[in-house]
Design a protein around this ligand. Structure first.
Ligand SMILES: O=C(O)[C@H](O)[C@@H](O)[C@H](O)[C@H](O)COP(=O)(O)O
Length: 256
């Protein structure tokens, strides 16, 4: 049965360093088992801190980066190279320093990409890229060993916002308009897609996240609190700092 674990670290820095170490080990294990690994990145401050911490970790060289597929859980729909794109952030913090295979870096299309400023077409294109990478004859999706998510103060994950149409979406990838977090137009994996990942890691640091994390863990509905609607097939892992864990009931803080 899938397990949910909650790990609370002293502060955001330690959380980022521990998540980085965990990620490197997970990728080494996935490659030992299957020869390759698939990760799904996100945006935001805690994600950037984790990418920088992976970059600083000597053990990162134990991963065969040429056999890692890199996907994104969501993207801010902006022109290629825009500093606010999640892709740009991840490339600068980590990806540009790794010997990755460029063909295995699967960024979501930018707003000046092949579909122009059409986020619906960009979402459909990304769904096609995912399907093309899936094992022939199986699902529409490749294997995701780890899918990382930040958690918003309102309980959003990826670009799935509370009470937004995206919280009900059943397609593989969807366009988002009117996001409460800038920029307003985005592309995101949907809840059913996120929930195919082997492990889903929800990462949050700081007191401003405490209410959202507490509500998600107390079982708020996925439409009201999207963070409560994501689960890994094998494991859901909450990686929190003490401030973000302030509203989590003590009985939920240990392994379940
Ligand atoms: O657009 C983005 O940045 C993300 O995809 C978003 O889902 C993010 O992960 C959370 O808002 C948490 O961000 P912070 O870690 O910066 O609070």
């Amino acid at each position: 049965m899938a397990e949910t674990n909650v790990v609370v670290h002293a502060d955001a820095k330690v959380l980022a360093q521990a998540a980085a170490a965990r990620l490197v080990v997970k990728l080494i294990d996935a490659q030992a088992a299957r020869g390759f690994a698939g990760i799904v990145l996100t945006g935001g401050r805690i994600a950037a801190a984790v990418y920088e911490a992976v970059n600083d970790l000597p053990a990162r060289d134990a991963v065969d980066w040429s056999r890692v597929d890199v996907w994104w859980g969501d993207e801010r729909f902006l022109p290629s190279g825009d500093p606010d794109r999640n892709e740009t952030q991840a490339r600068e913090a980590l990806l540009d320093s790794l010997p990755l295979d460029p063909a295995r870096i699967h960024a979501m299309p930018p707003s000046d990409g092949p579909d122009g400023n059409d986020p619906e077409a960009a979402a459909a294109r990304y769904a096609q890229a995912l399907a093309a990478a899936a094992k022939p004859g199986t699902a529409q999706l490749p294997h995701f060993d780890v899918l990382m998510l930040g958690v918003g103060e309102d309980g959003h994950v990826a670009s799935i916002f509370p009470e937004h149409p995206g919280a009900y979406e059943t397609r593989v990838v969807s366009a988002v308009r009117g996001s409460p977090k800038p920029p307003p137009v985005r592309v995101t994996l949907t809840l059913p897609t996120i929930n195919t990942a082997e492990e889903v890691w929800l990462m949050a640091a700081g007191p401003e996240k405490a209410d959202a994390v507490g509500m998600a863990m107390a079982g708020g509905g996925p439409v009201q609190v999207p963070a409560s609607g994501v689960h890994g097939v094998e494991r859901t892992l909450w990686l929190l700092d003490r401030a973000a864990a302030a509203e989590v009931a003590p009985r939920l803080r240990s392994l379940r």
